[in-house]
Design a binder for this molecule. Structure first.
Ligand code: HEC
Length: 432
């Protein structure tokens, strides 16, 4: 039946009187308060059938804002996606399969795009503790000693920007190629990080930042480092991502854009929760912090290292640590039977929280003054605390300690340098 046929005169009259009788294919988006979204059923962190992806969460936010519910039409995101989703009609009721695609790059040609709602970039990822910890920016990879660099295997998706980067730096011979659109619906791009990088099949994985960020965040030991590429004039690594609607549906596009604008904070929070690296309007990489509602800009590290030598303050931090903390936390702060490994703790701890924790949090446990005697008396007291075998050993409070308190920020600097992998557990050299 054609559309004209459906609009016979009686039907036309009825339709005018009773809007809910309008055949679905002709009703406007949301006429029935359903947000119809097309998405990939197996493409975390973007989307999956269980609606665990960030696109699923964002669709939920928009639907809630509009007072609608979400319904999905699933299709793997590869060649023909838009033709089979946004522009395809359901065989039974002629309604479009969906009215919204949650993520398409700005400039995408097969659909009209809304204003972008995030901007991300490609990234490299490696496993901590396998000799690559010095890599803080992609260029650091090139500074590795040649004999080390030449042994590395790089996992990279074919026809993505990092391929150009590897070619440009004469490293493509060491690439292990991955297909962006594998024929197997059970496979998903995150496997490059989740499986092959973790298993050591490759030493460095190059992937779209949201994929690298999410699978790093989900990795059991939390020991995968993600290093995003900055916007680059020669190779385009960063893309602004918008939502896709059909061409010509201006009102619907406006509705979506306004809903996005009303929920930018929530959307940012969701992206941060999923570890998506974000690029701000000044082309800066925005550090994504765990679980906070808004991404915070990255701060310079609280230590300086030049040619392997550290600044005086950080050195003082090392010294104070050896004298006061190493007994319980170990010389490299990696923990002993008495006290926990501080590296993962400090990595996620702000300066302010560190100061509060170390100076004050445990005050109630150790009576003020008990540990603050000086010299040998103090050592003896500490030994006594340590020798109390039964019960828990307390973490002392340090705000009355004349050695520790003035150097609390130096301690933080030293521990952060350790936590970031910038210093090993040996005595550091100081820069003079
Ligand atoms: C007498 C042993 C002992 C000494 C000495 C000691 N700590 Fe601790 N510390 C502990 C214990 C035990 C814990 C774990 C307490 C807990 O889980 O609540 C801890 C926990 C911590 C934490 C983590 C707190 C958190 O919120 O998880 C930090 C940070 C810390 N210590 C820093 C220091 C610093 C810095 C020094 C030296 C100035 C130091 N500690 C000296 C025993 C010690």
């Amino acid at each position: 039946m054609t559309r004209i046929g459906r609009l016979g005169s009686a039907a036309w009259l009825l339709a005018a009187l009773l809007p809910f009788l309008i055949p679905p294919a002709l009703s406007a988006e949301g006429g029935d308060k359903v947000l119809r979204v097309c998405a990939d059923p197996n493409n975390l962190p973007l989307s999956n059938r269980k609606q665990e992806g960030y696109e699923n969460k964002i669709a939920e936010v928009l639907a809630q804002d509009l007072g609608w519910k979400v319904e999905y039409s699933w299709f793997p995101q590869r060649m023909g996606f838009i033709r089979n989703t946004l522009r395809a009609r359901d065989a039974t009721d002629e309604r479009y399969k969906c009215d919204l695609v949650m993520g398409v790059p700005v400039g995408f040609e097969l659909a009209a795009t809304t204003k972008p709602y995030y901007r991300s970039t490609y990234a490299l990822a490696y496993v901590k503790g396998r000799g690559l910890d010095s890599i803080k920016a992609p260029e650091d990879l090139l500074k590795l000693p040649p004999e080390k660099l030449s042994k590395l295997k790089f996992g990279v998706f074919s026809q993505t920007p990092p391929v150009d980067w590897l070619l440009g730096n004469s490293l493509f011979d060491q690439a292990v190629s991955y297909q962006r659109q594998s024929g197997d619906p059970e496979q998903y791009p995150g496997e490059i990080v989740e499986k092959d990088l973790t298993a050591g099949k490759i030493d460095v994985a190059f992937a779209w930042g949201p994929i690298a960020g999410y699978f790093a965040k989900m990795s059991p030991g939390g020991n995968i480092v993600v290093v995003p590429f900055k916007p680059d004039p020669t190779i385009k690594f960063d893309y602004s991502i918008a939502m896709g609607v059909r061409y010509g549906e201006k009102d619907w596009k406006d509705t979506v854009e306004q809903a996005v604008d009303r929920n930018r904070g929530k959307i940012q929070g969701i992206l941060a929760d999923y570890g998506v690296p974000l690029i701000d309007a000044q082309d800066k990489i925005v550090q994504v912090t765990t679980g906070t509602a808004l991404a915070v800009p990255s701060k310079p590290p609280p230590y300086q290292i030049t040619d392997g030598k550290i600044d005086m303050g950080t050195y003082a931090g090392w010294r104070i640590f050896q004298n006061n903390c190493a007994k319980c936390h170990g010389a490299g702060a990696e923990g002993t039977q008495l006290a926990p490994n501080l590296l993962p703790i400090v990595k996620d701890m702000s300066e302010t929280r560190f100061v509060g924790t170390v100076l004050r949090r445990y005050r109630q446990i150790t009576p003020a003054g008990e540990l603050y005697a000086s010299g040998g008396a103090r050592e003896a007291l500490l030994d006594e605390v340590l020798s109390r075998k039964q019960g828990e050993i307390p973490m002392p409070a340090w705000d009355g300690d004349p050695n520790v308190k003035p150097h609390i920020l130096d301690l933080y600097g030293y521990l952060r340098a350790r936590a970031d992998g910038a210093l090993d557990d040996r005595r550091p050299e100081v820069l003079r």
